[in-house]
Design a protein around this ligand. Sequence first.
Ligand code: GLP
Length: 265
Amino acid sequence: MEIVILETAEQVARRASDMVCRQLARKPDSVLGLATGSTPVALYAELIRRHHHGEVSFRAATTFNLDEYVDLPPTHPQSYRHFMDHVLFHHVDIDPSRTHVPRGDAPNPVQEGPAYEALIAAAGGIDLQILGIGTDGHVGFNEPTSSLASRTRIKTLTRQTVEDNSRFFSPEEEQPLLAITMGIATILEARRIVLMATGVNKAGAVAAAVEGPLSAMCPASCLQLHPKATVILDRPSASALRQTDYYDWVLRQQDEIARRHGDPR
Ligand code: GLP
């Protein structure tokens, strides 16, 4: 696992954006796995900015989002489809028919999981998966105790996640308690994974994911199994890690090599 600790959330967004742009430059028809939540909003804003400067195009790209609330139609302002349209898709040159978010309002939500998996497989699999992390260590909506072998399916949210995400819902709105999410095995099939975290409220989850045991109790620890996973953190979200000196040292070496010989990443 590559651990990149930067000083600010803006730097985290720029670094993640560099990785997305490099991926699209290498392979314009890349399949990107995308995440919702507050953390990647700065990444999407940076990608939009670079797109407007002609630095990146999504014309040939395909996207798959991690998850969606069960029962929310795509038009619902709190749906992740609506969120993605507004924070990214409507502002770049992506073909809307190649943007995928699980259908929370599918007539049979149980069948939506295998159908979504089939769409990902038909697109050739995910080249680069962006992840955030929940305060309980979830990725997508794979809550603690999710099977490390799980595939796209319906999950019941923990009370903590419902509470964390309640800020997006007005008090009179009914907040969904179920979500459809890519599974951990689905996520691990991505060829490259980038997990972003910012803010001190993520410090415990980040430490458990990076330095804790591989455990279904911290679903993000599944990244320890992935050969090409990068964790990009700001200083506050990295504050509970024990090996920061080592991560900083490795990063300095890698940046120096990239400066001298070009970035092989
Ligand atoms: C939601 C999403 C996750 C996301 C998490 C953290 O629960 N399903 O994919 O990583 O929130 O969100 P935030 O970045 O807002 O802290």
